[in-house]
Design a protein around this ligand. Structure first.
Ligand code: 5RP
Length: 263
C-alpha cells in the first residue's frame, strides 16, 4: 500500500484499529431528514466524539466549516430519491477531480446486491475503485438494502460484503444482524463497519447491538439517526465512543449515557 492511501486510512481508523464515523448524507435521497434540516448545527456538538463524517459535496461545501479539520468520507453515489421508481438505480455523482479538490480522506458508494440494479451498482464500485486507487483514495462500499432491511440475513450480508471487497473496496459498511454476524465479518477480507438503520426504540438497544458487533469483529460504526435523532445526541455519541474506543460494555456505556444525559 502506498503512503497516501495508508495515511488516509490511518486518519479514519484510529491507532486502536477502531472507528466511529458519523453519516449526515441522508438528504441525498430523502431530503431534509428529521434533525438534519441544518446539518452544520447538528454536527457541531458531536464532532469531538467522532473520527470522520460521511457527507455529500453539497452539504460539505455549504454546511461544514473547512477549519474543523475532521476527516471527510465523501458520498459519491446518488441520483435517486425516496419518491422515485427505484432507489437502487444509482450512478457515481462526483468526479475524481472534485474528490481530490475537497480533500476527501475516503469516498463512499452504495451497492445494491440482488436488486434490479445489481450489475450497474457493482460496476459503479469497480469503476470508482479504478479511479480512486490511482490517487491513493480508499473506497468504502455501502451494502445498501433499500426498504428491505428486515428481510436481509447474514447470508445476504456476507454475500454483499464479500463482493464489495472482491471488487476493491478498502472498507465495507454493512448492517449488523442478530444471528451469525461473525460470519459476515469473517467472510469479508477487509474491515467491516456497522451501519445504523432506522432509529432503535431505546439507547440500550443501540449500545447492545454495537457492542455485540464489535465483539464479533466489526472495527466500528457509521451511525447517523441513532445518534443525531436521539433526545440526547451528545450523551449517546459519548457512550458509543466508550464502546468503540474505550472497551466499555453495553451496560457501562449505558451508565455513561444516563450520567451525561441526566436521565
Ligand atoms: C445510506 C447511508 C447512510 O450513511 C446511512 O443510512 C447511515 O445512517 P443511519 O445510521 O441513519 O442508517 O449510507 O445508505
Amino acid at each position: 500500500m502506498d503512503w497516501g492511501i495508508k495515511n488516509r486510512l490511518n486518519r479514519l481508523i484510529q491507532p486502536d484499529g477502531h472507528c466511529f464515523f458519523l453519516p449526515i448524507d441522508h438528504g441525498y435521497f430523502q431530503g431534509p431528514t428529521r434533525c438534519l434540516e441544518k446539518p452544520g448545527e447538528t454536527i457541531k456538538p458531536l464532532l469531538d466524539f467522532v473520527d470522520a463524517i460521511f457527507v455529500t459535496r453539497g452539504v460539505l461545501r455549504s454546511c461544514v466549516d473547512p477549519a474543523d479539520n475532521k476527516p471527510i468520507i465523501l458520498r459519491v453515489s446518488g441520483g435517486t430519491s425516496v419518491i422515485g421508481k427505484d432507489l437502487a438505480n444509482e450512478s457515481i455523482t462526483t468526479s475524481i477531480e472534485e474528490i481530490i479538490r475537497l480533500n476527501a480522506a475516503a469516498v463512499g458508494i452504495s451497492i445494491f446486491v440482488g436488486s434490479n440494479y445489481e450489475r450497474e451498482t457493482l460496476l459503479n464500485l469497480a469503476r470508482l475503485v479504478n479511479k480512486c486507487e490511482n490517487y491513493g483514495i480508499p473506497v468504502m462500499a455501502v451494502t445498501a438494502v433499500g426498504k428491505e432491511l428486515g428481510s436481509r440475513d447474514s447470508r445476504y450480508l456476507a454475500l454483499s460484503c464479500r463482493i464489495a471487497a472482491e471488487l476493491g473496496a478498502r472498507v465495507v459498511k454493512t448492517y449488523w444482524c442478530e444471528k451469525d454476524f461473525d460470519k459476515v465479518v469473517k467472510g469479508c477480507p477487509v474491515p467491516v463497519v456497522m451501519a445504523g438503520g432506522p432509529k432503535c426504540k431505546t439507547e440500550l438497544e443501540v449500545l447492545e447491538f454495537v457492542y455485540d458487533g464489535m465483539q464479533k469483529g466489526a472495527i466500528g460504526i457509521n451511525l447517523g439517526r441513532n445518534v443525531w435523532q436521539d433526545a440526547h445526541p451528545v450523551a449517546i455519541a459519548r457512550a458509543l465512543r466508550a464502546i468503540i474506543h474505550e472497551n466499555a460494555t453495553a451496560g457501562q456505556a449505558h451508565e455513561l449515557f444516563k450520567e451525561i444525559a441526566c436521565v
